[in-house]
Ligand binder design. Structure first.
Ligand code: TMP
Length: 216
C-alpha cells in the first residue's frame, strides 16, 4: 500500500440531515489518526470565526425571509473562508482533511431542492473557491422517514424547511453523484453508501470506499 495514502488528502462526508455523517466523520478521522497520519476535521458551514457567524445567520430563525440566492452565496462565502484559513494550510502541512459537508451540500440543498441548479452551483463554486472538489466525497444516503427520526425536536432554519424540500435534498445528492461521478476524476471520487445500516457497518464501508478511491 502507498505509505502516503492519507497525506494531504481532502475527504468529504456528506448527506441529508440526520444521516450520521458527523459520527462517521469522527470515526473515520480517529481511524486514520490511529494509522499514524495527521488529521484535521472541519465543519462546513463554520469552523472559522467568519464561518460560524455566517452559520448563525443561515441556521437561526431570524432570517426566514432569506432569498434562495443569498442562502447559496452565504454558504459559498463561509466555504471560501474555510478553505483559505483552515483547509489549504492543513493540506499544505501534510494533514488529511476530513470534512463534515462541502460543496455537495450546496448542490443537493440549494442547487437541487432549492431550484438553483446543480451545475449553476458548481459554476459559482469554481469562481469563488480555490478548489471546488475534494479527492473523495462519501454520501451517506438515507430516506426521509429514517433521517427525520434522528433529528432532535428543535429544528434549525434549514431542517424546518419541510418534507417536500428534504425529499428533494436526498434526490439532489443522487443527482449530484450521477452528474459528477464519471467526469474523468475532475470531481474526485464520489461514493453513495446506504446509511440505514448500523454504525459499525457504515464505518467499515466508508473506510473501504475511501481507501478504494485514494489508492485508485
Ligand atoms: P449541519 O447541521 O450538518 O452542520 O449542516 C447545517 C445545515 O446547513 C444542514 O441543514 C445542511 C445545510 N447546508 C446547506 O443547505 N447548504 C450547504 O452548502 C451546507 C454546507 C449545508
Amino acid at each position: 500500500m502507498n505509505n502516503d495514502i492519507f497525506t494531504s488528502k481532502f475527504v468529504v462526508l456528506d448527506g441529508p440531515d440526520g444521516c450520521g455523517k458527523t459520527t462517521q466523520t469522527k470515526l473515520l478521522s480517529a481511524h486514520i489518526e490511529s494509522l499514524g497520519y495527521k488529521v484535521e476535521n472541519f465543519r462546513d458551514p463554520g469552523t472559522t470565526i467568519i464561518g460560524e457567524a455566517i452559520r448563525g445567520i443561515l441556521l437561526g430563525h431570524d432570517y426566514h425571509g432569506m432569498d434562495d440566492n443569498v442562502e447559496l452565496l452565504l454558504y459559498m462565502a463561509a466555504r471560501a473562508q474555510l478553505w483559505k484559513e483552515k483547509i489549504a494550510p492543513a493540506l499544505a502541512a501534510g494533514s488529511c482533511v476530513v470534512m463534515d459537508r462541502w460543496l455537495s451540500s450546496s448542490c443537493a440543498y440549494q442547487g437541487y431542492a432549492g431550484g438553483f441548479g446543480i451545475e449553476a452551483v458548481v459554476d459559482i463554486a469554481n469562481i469563488s473557491l480555490k478548489r471546488s472538489f475534494p479527492d473523495t466525497t462519501i454520501i451517506l444516503d438515507l430516506p426521509l422517514d429514517k433521517s427525520s427520526s434522528r433529528l432532535d425536536e428543535s429544528l434549525d432554519r434549514m431542517e424546518a424547511k419541510g418534507d417536500i424540500y428534504h425529499r428533494k435534498v436526498r434526490d439532489g445528492y443522487i443527482e449530484f453523484a450521477k452528474l459528477y461521478k464519471s467526469n474523468e476524476g475532475a470531481a474526485g471520487a464520489i461514493h453513495i453508501i446506504d446509511a440505514s445500516q448500523d454504525i459499525e457497518t457504515v464505518q467499515e464501508i466508508v473506510l473501504e470506499k475511501v481507501l478504494e478511491s485514494l489508492t485508485a
